[in-house]
Design a protein around this ligand. Structure first.
Ligand code: ZN
Length: 92
């Protein structure tokens, strides 16, 4: 039997009550099918979904943008580079 990865992905998405449950369901399925092609495809879909919606892959929480000044040197002069990165309020 051929498994339709998108069907499964959508099924989990539609049948999870909240974002935490969605993340738990995805991750437990990804872990339980360790290193199989199915697991890697599902992992990729979940990663892409989280990236496009800006949510954490571990817990499904919305990521927040943190700006940090990184001291740099530019042709011998000290300067600051602003680095923006996404962090999860739950997972850090
Ligand atoms: Zn998280």
């Amino acid at each position: 039997m051929d498994v339709d990865i998108y069907e499964i992905f959508n099924y989990i998405k539609d049948n999870s009550d909240n974002k935490q449950e969605l993340a738990d369901n995805m991750n437990s399925l990804i872990m339980s099918t360790d290193r199989s092609k199915f697991s890697m495809q599902l992992n990729k879909l979940w990663d892409e979904y989280c990236t496009s919606y800006g949510i954490c892959v571990c817990c499904g929480e919305r990521m927040i943008a943190i700006e940090e000044k990184e001291p740099m040197e530019y042709f011998g002069f000290p300067t600051n580079e602003i680095i923006t990165y996404q962090v999860c309020p739950n997972c850090g």
